[in-house]
Design a binder for this molecule. Structure first.
Ligand SMILES: Cc1cc2nc3c(=O)[nH]c(=O)nc-3n(C[C@H](O)[C@H](O)[C@H](O)COP(=O)(O)O)c2cc1C
Length: 172
């Protein structure tokens, strides 16, 4: 698939068929995250692959809303970053997630970004604290988001190139 085709066909997929993601595809998605650029090439991100149904269910409760797909997906990649290693940990995490998201689209695998930092659980606990406790992450680690992955239950229509709103582009 060409890059632009992957960009236009990519959608957030929250419903999955239940079929397993091929190991090769999961490896390629992780490869995309590991090869993503980072500020000064410091690579502060680490990637936790979660396939345990019990852990996926617990992660889906880490924040109050918008994490339900984690309980249904085949695998989730928790992107954590050492904030002491790079002050750009959030940007570095975001770009790694975006690369993995696009790689998944290219491979026909459904994916959905699940925001963690700056979100709260139903009881008001920061979602990040909940994820860090579940995965026993040491303190310098921050968690920007989790990528849910699964074989799509249905194919969602992509975004037409015409949807790109050029009124948001400003020439100087
Ligand atoms: C920074 C960011 C945070 C997001 N957080 C969530 C989330 O917590 N839960 C969710 O279901 N979708 C989340 N999404 C997915 C967006 O809702 C989705 O990208 C948007 O509605 C556009 O739909 P599309 O991805 O199908 O084009 C997030 C996307 C981004 C880029």
């Amino acid at each position: 698939m060409e890059t632009f085709e992957a960009i236009t066909s990519r959608r957030s997929v929250r419903q999955y068929s239940g079929a397993a993601i091929p190991d090769e595809s999961l490896k390629k998605i992780l490869c995309a995250g590991l090869l993503a650029p980072s500020s000064r090439g410091q690579k502060p991100c680490q990637f936790a692959v979660v396939r345990s149904r019990e852990m996926l269910t617990q992660l889906s409760r880490a924040k109050a809303a918008g994490a339900g797909m984690l309980a249904e997906c085949d695998a989730a990649i928790v992107v954590m970053a050492d904030a002491q290693k790079a002050d750009t940990w959030l940007e570095d995490s975001a770009i790694a997630i975006a690369y993995m998201d696009l790689m998944a689209a290219d491979l026909g695998i459904g994916s959905c970004w699940c925001q963690i930092c700056m979100r709260k659980a139903k009881d008001g606990t920061p979602a990040e604290d909940n994820v860090k406790e579940l995965l026993s992450l040491p303190d310098p680690y921050r968690v920007a988001a989790i990528l849910a992955l699964g074989m799509p239950r249905t194919r969602l229509p992509g975004h037409a190139a015409e949807e790109a709103d050029f009124s948001r582009v400003h020439l100087y």
